[in-house]
Design a protein around this ligand. Sequence first.
Ligand code: B12
Ligand code: SF4
Ligand code: SF4
Length: 302
Amino acid sequence: MSLKDEIKEVARNSGMQLCGFANIERFAESPPELHPTRVLPGCKTVIVIGVRLLDGVIQANFRDFEDGRTDLKGLYGTYAYTMLPNFQLTKACYDIAQYIEVHAEEVATPCSTGPMTNGRQVSMRHCAVAAGLGEFGWMSIVLTPEYGPRNRFGAILTTAEIEPDPLYSGEKLCHPEKCGICTKVCPSGALSAYGEKGKRAVHMEDRTFEYCTVDMVKCFVVEERLRKQYGAPEDYAPSDTPTREELEEAKRRASVSDLGLQHTPSWYCGRCLSYCPAGNWGKKFKSRGLSQGYRNDRFFKE
Ligand code: B12
Ligand code: SF4
Ligand code: SF4
């Protein structure tokens, strides 16, 4: 078995559904501060692993969005956001890095995977696209044919030179000119509408990928429940667009909970990710009666 196949097997055994390989040349357009060689000098390959999110947990989001069951939101926080996927990815990255160092005598650096796992070293979205796992959706995060945006990723940087997988070239997964659901369901208008405020373009090899402009502060205010209209007991942030100082103050004032390890009342929105039709949404949720559709979301606006 080749090293590549062995790594794929380690990934599978660690509970990963997705595993892809990118060569370092695909990071030519990366800003220097996020380039993999800034983390691991001599890095030749970026290995990206991915774990799907449970349909049974995404449907708990619909219970909140459509039925007002805000008490179920913690399931998303635990099983799809801050905790389980991140820790599972962290362990899988560690297993793969150990495997490479022990069996191939090369160096391997596992990266942080998200909340509670200490920072960010590379842009995971760009790594996932570079490794051929999918393409950017209009909402800016990565869609895979199997799960749409309902997956999270981890990356391992290595000095081992491993044959890259081709960039994703399957059926186009996102048609923002006729869909735009992510923009419509976002409670704070964090995602620009197609054709409005401009878009980002990313080039890899002969491909150009495009996605919207994301106002991360607006997203953060909803995700972290910093205003009454998103369920906070009081307006910690004075608006959806707080200044840096106001945001820091809002974070300080936001309530702390003993309900989950993350120590904040679970909220973490996730509407764009939950309602995106890519990855067989209709079959998984609508036809099973698990969602009435995005128009029934209490924040939906045409
Ligand atoms: C911090 C963070 C957030 C913050 C954003 C804060 C901020 N100011 O960026 C908040 C909390 C708002 C957030 C929200 C969400 N997040 Co988040 N987040 C992250 C995290 C940890 C870091 C992102 C970041 O700051 N990147 C640094 C910036 C500078 O990089 P960038 O914007 O990606 O890249 C820019 C440039 O640097 C450059 N670039 C960088 N590298 C490269 C490489 C190449 C080759 C090229 C060409 C260009 C290039 O291009 C970009 C344009 O300027 C990542 C994990 C990670 N390490 O990437 C997850 C991550 C992006 N989040 C994820 C998810 C799922 C979400 C949410 C859906 C969570 C939810 N609520 O359910 C929302 C989605 C919102 C949206 N529509 O985008 C997933 C996405 C998975 C996927 N399917 O793609 C990630 C990848 C975590 C993971 N481990 O899987 N997130
Ligand atoms: S997670 Fe929620 S607030 Fe953030 S971009 Fe998606 S829909 Fe908007
Ligand atoms: S909701 Fe529609 S426009 Fe947005 S990323 Fe998904 S497919 Fe693309």
